[in-house]
Design a binder for this molecule. Structure first.
Ligand code: NDP
Ligand code: 1BO
Length: 319
């Protein structure tokens, strides 16, 4: 269930409570493929009221994100009011590399703790692996060793919560078997063109919060002009982007739309004082064509040499 809080400017902000008891704001700013992350982060926090920023070592923008956060703090926003997420990249999925990777991320972001640290993808890549990977460049990893190191980051107060991305039900169950500190968050691709219901249900069953990434369909799928989304937006006098973000929140997920444009950044968070009526919500849930945007093929599939020879291998043959 989303909780409503009122920010100092009197704006409503919804958040969800994690297993740890910490709160995750319902909307964060995504930063993958961001062109001017410093300004976008500053605009999002100071001008639009975002309190959640999603980034990753792999995005190559953590320095800029850090400058944006620093400028926002300088403008009067408390660090404790912000929720900053970053992710451990596949090169660093070994027990001796987890902590150094986090320290590098903290250094780039100019922070002394993260709110959430996620395993970005559950596959280990050799340093400098090609895309797609050559023979021997992708492998499984030491799950127990890596998760223990993630848990130590929590115990040492370097991160407040830990979690995963791009998991399957099979991988989630494997992790739950060894976890001493539960993953608080699972970040997954979710939008009306890829509802990912199986993972959403598995996470709900285990009280793991889900963050929906690529809520607008990313750059690859045009959900903004989908006739059902356009119809609901017209009826509610909202933009298609707002309908897509609101749909994610009404499903019980937080979500992290990315934009380089200040008007869109401001537009995408104006979703807290209205709801999508049940019938319209259901119509969006019934959009038939379902397909992942980010299937992991380019990153992890080597058709001749495995261990992941197809996209279905990546996702453990789960739909
Ligand atoms: P989004 O679904 O957020 O879509 C971003 C695209 O939508 C951009 O092209 C943007 O263009 C455009 N856009 C933004 N707002 C609007 C609007 N109101 N109307 C029309 N178009 C709009 O895609 P992402 O893939 O970036 O996902 C969001 C975030 O999720 C990422 O940035 C990243 O932080 C995270 N993520 C995590 C992954 C993981 O593996 N854990 C994988 C993928 C994403 P413009 O910038 O020009 O406004
Ligand atoms: C290559 C990273 C995908 C977006 O998180």
């Amino acid at each position: 269930m989303a909780q409503i809080t009122i920010d100092p400017q009197g704006e409503k902000i919804e958040s969800f409570v994690l297993l740890s008891g910490h709160k995750i704001p319902a909307i964060g700013l995504g930063t993958w493929r961001a062109h001017n992350a410093r300004d976008s982060v500053y605009t999002a926090i100071v001008e639009a009221g975002y309190r959640h920023v999603d980034t990753a070592a792999e995005y190559g923008v953590q320095d800029e994100v850090g400058h944006g956060i620093k400028a926002a703090i300088h403008a009067g926003v408390e660090r404790s009011a912000l929720f900053v997420t970053s992710k451990l990249w596949c090169y660093d999925l070994s027990l001796e590399r987890v902590r150094p990777a986090l320290m590098k991320t903290l250094n780039e972001l100019q922070l002394d703790y993260l709110d959430l640290y996620l395993i970005h993808w559950p596959f280990r890549l050799k340093d400098g692996a090609s895309r797609p990977p050559k023979a021997g460049e992708v492998s499984d990893f030491d799950w127990e060793g890596v998760w223990r190191e993630m848990e130590k980051l929590v115990k040492d107060k370097l991160v407040r919560d830990i979690g995963v991305c791009n998991f399957t039900v099979k991988k989630l169950n494997k992790l739950l078997d060894i976890a001493q500190i539960m993953p608080s968050v699972c970040q997954m691709e979710m939008h009306p063109g890829w509802r990912n219901e199986k993972m959403l249900e598995a996470c709900k069953k285990n009280n793991i919060h889900v963050t929906a990434y690529s809520p607008l369909g990313s750059r690859e799928v045009d959900l903004i002009h989908h006739p059902v989304v356009e119809r609901v937006a017209g009826k509610l006098n909202k933009t298609p982007g707002q309908v897509l973000v609101r749909w994610a929140i009404q499903r019980g997920t937080s979500t992290i739309p990315k934009s380089d444009h200040s008007e869109r950044i401001k537009e995408n968070i104006k979703v807290f004082s209205w709801e999508i009526p049940e019938l319209d919500f259901q119509a969006i849930c019934d959009i038939p064509d379902q397909m992942r945007v980010l299937d992991g093929e380019e990153l992890f599939v080597n058709k001749s040499d495995g261990p992941y020879k197809s996209v279905t291998d990546i996702w453990d043959h789960e739909i």
